[in-house]
Design a protein around this ligand. Structure first.
Ligand SMILES: Cc1ncc(COP(=O)(O)O)c(C=O)c1O
Length: 395
């Protein structure tokens, strides 16, 4: 009765989550140090401001007049966001989507036939496996090298291209390594993309969570593939991390590159989006207000993320004999490399003895001996939980 895909995605939980459920059932709650749900970590878009924006947005919505690309005002607001960061992506190159995850699915369907390949970073966020499965495309990993600050192994990436490769996904800032692709890496990636006629899917959902280099006060601006010479770039982003509004389900895709490729992509994307018209009209109508009135919120959020990292770094300092890590340049996560512990056993012990949930590195296809956690937490959670990661019983 069921498709192969349906049987493949039956959602059986893995051993760590079964242990979590068991531990949870028998006492005080487990502290989840891996959830990327920014609201659960105490970051909330101010309620009164959101109410004001939504009430205002509701005024213009008496008659439903959908646009497959998304409401013009919403697209103009997105274009303005890029313009202010020095990147010209005009409103007619922007498609509004209900978040970035579905935008990935659009990209995969736009670029690849069943069995075609998309290059994806390894390590990587596990969500892509499911999106690729649902879209019928194969993910082929390209390496990021921990010993070189998680830089992209461009030689390995190029060697992984086959006649079926259609696109390269770049995640910058990257989840979970915190790597931010440098201007040089992006130029080299664009050259590879041009040599092999590949699109670049640029996932920038953590674009506002940039961390400064050591001894610097401010982070460097984010280098973007959209500003490169790649033949076709699909830039993905949305409100979930940028404004701590994951429930708004508002994202977008900006299409740039060679003129004929951009117009072909936009023609097809219009039909893909028109088939479902999936973005809530009220979310779209609220978008200009969120960009405008939420600017200070975005700024404050960035500051809080940077403070969370500073605190995390200080709390990890006494444990340098037990673990090391590549300092993240952005994003919400850090991957600790354990010096003397088995990652799987440690994650399980941390659940049983400390009631802490962290991920072993294999969840992200990392080499063994890593623990990954989200440092974007309330200060008291960081203060209390980071030392417990190294409690004797957790060995
Ligand atoms: C790297 C990355 N891309 C995309 C997403 C999904 O974003 P959205 O909430 O816009 O669907 C996530 C979610 O955590 C993510 O970590």
């Amino acid at each position: 009765m069921f498709s192969t895909i349906a049987l493949e995605i039956r959602g059986e939980s893995n051993a760590l989550y079964r242990t979590r459920d068991e531990v949870q059932a028998s006492g005080p709650p487990v502290v989840d140090l891996v959830s990327g749900n920014i609201n659960e970590c105490g970051y909330i878009f101010p309620r009164n401001l959101l109410e004001e924006i939504l009430v205002e947005a509701a005024h213009g919505l008496a008659v439903y007049r959908p646009d497959s690309f998304g409401q013009a005002a919403a697209r103009e607001a997105v274009a303005d966001f890029y313009l202010k960061s020095g990147c010209a992506l005009p409103p007619d190159s922007i498609l509004i989507t209900p978040g970035t995850s579905l935008a990935y699915w659009y990209c995969f369907r736009l670029l690849a036939d069943p069995g075609d390949e998309i290059l994806c970073p390894r390590p990587s966020y596990p969500l892509f496996d499911y999106i690729a499965l649902l879209a019928g495309v194969n993910l082929v990993p390209y390496r990021m090298r921990e010993e070189e600050n998680w830089n992209i192994d461009l030689a390995h990436l190029e060697a992984s291209i086959s006649t079926r490769t259609r696109a390269v996904a770049l995640i910058s800032p990257h989840n979970p390594t915190g790597h931010v692709a440098s201007a040089e890496e992006i130029t080299a990636l664009a050259e590879i993309a041009r040599r092999h006629d590949l699109a670049i899917i640029s996932d920038e959902v953590f674009s506002e969570a940039l961390l400064p280099a050591r001894r610097s006060l401010n982070p460097e601006p984010l280098p973007r593939p959209a500003a490169s010479d790649a033949p076709l770039v699909l830039t993905l982003n949305g409100f979930s991390k940028m404004f701590a509004l994951p429930g708004m389900k508002f994202g977008w895709m900006a299409v740039s590159g060679d003129r004929d490729k951009v117009s072909q992509a936009l023609r097809s994307l219009e039909i893909i989006s028109d088939t479902f018209l999936p973005v809530s009209e009220i979310a779209q109508a609220a978008a200009p207000g969120i960009f405008q009135l939420g600017n200070a919120v975005k700024f404050e959020l960035g500051n809080r993320i940077r403070n969370s990292w500073r605190r995390t770094e200080a709390l990890l300092a006494p444990w340098s004999g037990r673990c090391s890590y590549v300092r993240p340049q952005g994003g919400f996560y850090v991957a600790l490399k354990l010096h003397d512990l088995d990652e799987e056993r440690t994650a399980e012990d941390l659940l049983r003895t400390q009631r802490l949930l962290v991920h072993p590195g294999w969840f992200y296809d990392m080499d063994p001996h890593h623990l990954v956690f989200c440092f974007v937490q309330k200060p008291e959670v960081l203060e209390e939980c980071i030392p417990r990661l190294f409690a004797p019983a957790a060995g």
